[in-house]
Design a protein around this ligand. Structure first.
Ligand code: GLU
Length: 292
């Protein structure tokens, strides 16, 4: 089947808190090919919003890794340079009465939560019901119930799974703003995808649940609706997704060892969700569990 000539704009948006590994290469190849096969543009956006965990030396490595894989990209500004736009978005949501301060610690949330969402315990709304007396340095949470009422029923479209009903309540009152980060991934990625003109958001199936929140944020902030393409994840011999902390080999090491990156990219292209093992026992798996 030939790809639609829809001039898709996609992006690869790595966080520079560790070197890229094969799973990132797979995500980058998918994003690149989805855009370029459709006469579009492939963007690189460094998601260095988390100042404490981001390493300034890694962006250059990421560029070299993409070039080594044979993926030409256009780079858009890194998230650390865009804080003002996240602040403005948060201020808009706050002016709409949709954010509330919260002082609960992770342990408080874990102890009080009775429901588990796809990303962990669902915040039980403690600080919504009992606003903290001392709200110095709070985090700000989205009041998902109120926000959903305001937005009305929403759908989003995944290229592999068709139309899906947005169910942001599955993630509960997510944190959108904190002092240290400062914007959350949800807010920053949503604002940036719109600002960068991304028309097809390609990313791993592990981020599927996040899209329910992103769709809601787009409507609240008056941002355009992209399409999504959530792809399967590469998993290691243990059946778990590849992760730096579980010793997935760094692309940079393979690059420095003289491996041919174009050959690797083509091997990734040939891989299918049910492909048998290739590359030291690594396989593709579908961890997608679409919620309709
Ligand atoms: N920065 C995110 C990550 O490295 C990717 C976010 C996205 O693709 O939406 O996991």
């Amino acid at each position: 089947m030939t790809a639609p000539l829809d001039h898709a704009i996609t992006r690869f948006a790595p966080s520079p808190n560790g070197p890229l590994h094969l799973g990132h290469a797979y995500a980058a190849v998918i994003a690149h090919d989805r855009a370029i096969d459709a006469g579009g543009r492939f963007l690189l956006r460094i998601e260095d919003i988390d100042g404490a965990r981001s390493r300034s030396d890694l962006a250059e490595e990421f560029r070299a890794d993409l070039t080594w894989l044979g993926l030409e990209f256009e780079e858009v500004p890194a998230q650390s340079t865009r804080i003002a736009s996240y602040r403005e978005a948060a201020a808009n949501l706050r002016a709409m009465g949709l954010l509330y301060p919260c002082r609960c610690t992770r342990a408080d949330v874990a102890a009080a939560a009775t429901l588990q969402g796809p990303d962990g315990p669902i915040y039980p709304g403690t600080c919504l019901r009992n606003p903290p007396m001392n709200a110095a340095d709070p985090v700000w949470r989205l009041d998902v119930e109120q926000a959903s009422e305001l937005a009305g029923p929403l759908e989003w479209h995944d290229e592999r799974h068709g139309p899906l009903r947005a169910r942001p309540e599955q993630l509960g009152d997510v944190v959108l703003w904190r002092r240290d980060a400062p914007a959350s991934y949800h807010l920053a990625a949503t604002v940036d995808d719109a600002a960068d003109g991304v028309s097809v958001v390609t990313r791993g199936a592990d981020l599927f649940p996040a899209t329910h929140i992103h769709r809601l944020l787009q409507v609240l902030l008056g941002l355009p609706e992209p399409r999504w393409h959530h792809h399967g994840l590469l998993v290691g011999p243990d059946g778990r997704k590849l992760a730096k902390r579980r010793n997935a080999p760094a692309l940079a090491d393979r690059r420095r060892a003289g491996e041919n990156g174009h050959v690797l990219a083509n091997a990734l292209r040939a891989a299918r969700p049910d492909a048998t093992l290739f590359d030291t026992g690594i396989s593709l798996s579908e961890t997608l569990n679409p919620i309709t």
